[in-house]
Design a binder for this molecule. Sequence first.
Ligand code: HAM
Length: 422
Amino acid sequence: MQIKAPRGTYDILPDDSGKWQFIEKIMKETAEAYAFREVRTPLFEHTELFERGVGETTDIVSKEMYTFNDRAARSLTLRPEGTASCVRSLIEHRLYGGLMPIKWYYCGPMFRYDRPQAGRYRQFHQFGVEAFGSNNPYLDAEIIILMLEILSRLGLNEYELHLNSVGCPECRKEYRQKLIAFMEPFKKQLCKDCQLRYILNPLRVLDCKNELCHTAIAGYPVISDSLCDNCREHYAQVKAGLEANSISFIHDDKLVRGLDYYSNTAFEVHIPGIGAQSAVGGGGRYNGLVKECGGPDFPGIGFALGLERLLLAMDALNDKQLENDYSCVFVLPMKKDFEADAFKILSHLRRAGIRAEKDYMGRSTKAQLKYADKIGARVVLFIGEEEIQQGFLTLRNMESKEQLRVENNELVNTINNILHKF
Ligand code: HAM
């Protein structure tokens, strides 16, 4: 039986990897401009980290984790997201005692046992940032602005920013009671999951995608009415920071996010038109998480963008930036006897940073030329008897079809001039 990639995973083949390199480069450059630095954490962590960090009642922890025992019977989990790992790393290296704020970014695969569909995979990629050590609301605004700037540098300008404040544990306690009391009379009308959620984590019912629950909770009390003075003030300043940068947003009372660690600011960016999975990114503040994971009381805020969903949105734009620019120089010995000379020139070009290739399949001269054309060669270098004896090469510009004689010592310059004209 043929072995295929596991359900919900896929290969990024070379014809597509240029797109990935392009978008990763833009994201990293933008984050660097905002003074974030790269962190790389392991792909798996102790299961307890996510149970404590993300929250046991969340879908991610209760249904979607890839958890396994290693050979020493330790429970490990493939990371479903990056925030908890960053927090673990910050605590482990005691970085909370150093210079503030700490600003990190990361990029890589995450794993969730979710039902695969367009824009939803079991191994997917996130680009995320986390900033620790400051509760300044203008940092919240900076994080949101950075996320939007990445989108706009990728050519994605048609998005909706949803914003909410989920308050601090104090105001949420009061809100929780209000919600439970509100839902009590019609709890039986909620979907099966929400009948459980309604007691364990009633805020999660607001986020449920089931129509039954939407209808049942019409007229629900909103969290903005329960925010304490500090949280209300924090939210007002985040909005002022966004407004000062002319950023429009939709205040969304239902936005509670799918992870338990959020406090105060919560946000999501949607791109309509890419299907049901329209949330390309989301994030928020998580002032209690470092403490929850065993560190000191230390604030944090961040976001993550989903690369697959960004690519879906960019494909829909038919963006020229995404076309693979693959060009090379092809070295063609006119006879088998000249293969060693061709090989030497090939290495010379590669050492000079020029992408170069030769034939390895024993093709005829004619077939080599055809092949060179197919792989995107812009220049072909012919090596024959005369060339070897007199120390020059015959260069064919594949676009103009012009042929010229180039001395060996002029080769790299001449090729660079031709390639840079494109
Ligand atoms: P999240 O909303 O769970 O947040 O994920 C962020 C983004 O990852 C989503 O908006 C989506 O684009 C992408 N994503 C999530 N699940 C999948 C999937 N199964 N397939 C494809 N893409 C997916 C977090 O993960 C938080 N750690 C973000 C954060 C950072 N909050 C604070 N700091």
